[in-house]
Design a protein around this ligand. Structure first.
Ligand SMILES: C[S@@+](CC[C@H](N)C(=O)[O-])C[C@H]1O[C@@H](n2cnc3c(N)ncnc32)[C@H](O)[C@@H]1O
Length: 330
């Protein structure tokens, strides 16, 4: 399979954990910038040598050749649409090394052979390689625009939102808080579908428990209204059950030919995920968004994402918000 052209990749590595001998795949906090190229104790003696098939790094616990890296890149692209730039070699090593350790594999080649035969391993493979950086009220202007959008809906019907790369839940809970504020109710007429390809972040999102440092962007009034202190006295808080009831979490791979969601949606939050895809993949996804949107529905994109290349599908209304071409909105 031809590999897509590399693209500028501004991701932070959040899942490296090569030092631990544990096979646990418990993901790190999404804002932990451990750095893909960070050397672990095992990796400090790097010496690049040529071998018959590719270049490998000696002194590492596991052999990981450039050919192995290319296989990982191709598999991730084919199965999740994610494009890894060539600079992510070390990041891939550190994220998958812990998996090799826990599976008892001696080389990446061995692990990759097993991956091809064992369908159960796919989920863990993908979970290990996604980047889940997120925060509450990230790119806060979108929540102000959404609150305005809520006011404009006059008919009595549920307002439906799809948050299609919801990571550890901060984004869909920020949507739920915005809805509760807008309707001055803990049971606003809002339904949120929150999905992600990564099952480990979805599990965290469903729990709705956040450490104190993850709650920095939550106003004190919101904290007391929408969260309850978690047991343990470490400052962690749990999202109130009423908020969780507004959200339906499910695994959806944006690359899958069938999405288990039904439109129409008033809003699709598709933020900071398209940056991992190449343009043909982005275009294909946007094309499938259009029939899921209400005429006045909006697609919210991340601040560094532009859908101008899909001008035959969506029109920008400013501030990284897009509408259908036939939308009455200006
Ligand atoms: C950087 S996070 C963005 C989270 C959130 N939308 C935000 O803006 O804060 C990107 C998320 O996209 C998810 N993702 C990556 N590829 C995906 C795919 N093919 N389908 C669905 N989600 C995907 C990752 O698992 C990750 O949780």
């Amino acid at each position: 399979m031809a590999f897509p052209p590399s693209f500028r990749d501004s991701r932070n590595d959040s899942k490296s954990g090569a030092r631990s001998g544990s096979g646990s795949l418990r993901p790190k906090s999404p804002d932990m910038k451990s750095g893909g190229a960070r050397a672990s104790g095992i990796e400090t003696m790097k010496t690049v040598v040529a071998n018959s098939s590719a270049v490998s790094v000696q002194g590492r616990e596991f052999e990981f050749t450039n050919a192995d890296f290319e296989r990982v890149r191709n598999l991730l692209y084919k199965n999740a649409g994610i494009v890894l730039s060539s600079s992510k070699h070390d990041m891939v090593y550190s994220r998958l090394a812990r998996r090799l350790r826990s599976c008892g594999d001696q080389t990446f080649a061995q692990y990759l052979r097993r991956l091809e035969q064992d369908h159960g391993e796919w989920e863990t493979f993908i979970n290990s390689l996604t980047t889940n950086l997120t925060s509450f009220f990230r790119e806060a202007h979108h929540f102000e625009i959404l609150a305005e959008q809520f006011k404009q809906v006059k008919d009595k019907r549920p307002i439906r939102i799809w948050c299609c790369a919801s990571s550890t839940g901060e984004e869909p809970y920020s949507l739920a808080i915005t809805a509760c504020d807008a309707f001055s109710s803990l049971t606003p007429p809002v339904e949120i579908v929150a999905s992600d390809i990564d099952t480990s972040v979805l599990a965290q999102a469903e729990k709705g428990v956040y450490r104190r440092d993850r709650l920095d962007r939550i106003q004190p009034t919101h904290l007391s209204r929408y969260f309850v202190p978690a047991s343990g006295n470490d400052g962690s808080h749990t999202v109130r059950t009423e908020l969780r009831r507004l959200i339906n979490f499910r695994r959806i791979n944006l690359l899958s030919p069938a999405w288990p969601v039904q439109g129409p949606f008033d809003a699709i939050f598709c933020r900071n995920v398209m940056i991992y895809f190449d343009r043909p993949t982005q275009y294909g996804i946007l094309k499938r968004f259009v029939p899921l949107l209400r005429p006045e529905g909006r697609v919210y994109a991340g601040h560094s994402e532009s859908f101008m290349h899909a001008a035959d599908l969506l029109r920008s209304i400013g501030r990284t918000v897009y509408v259908r071409l036939d939308s009455p909105l200006r």
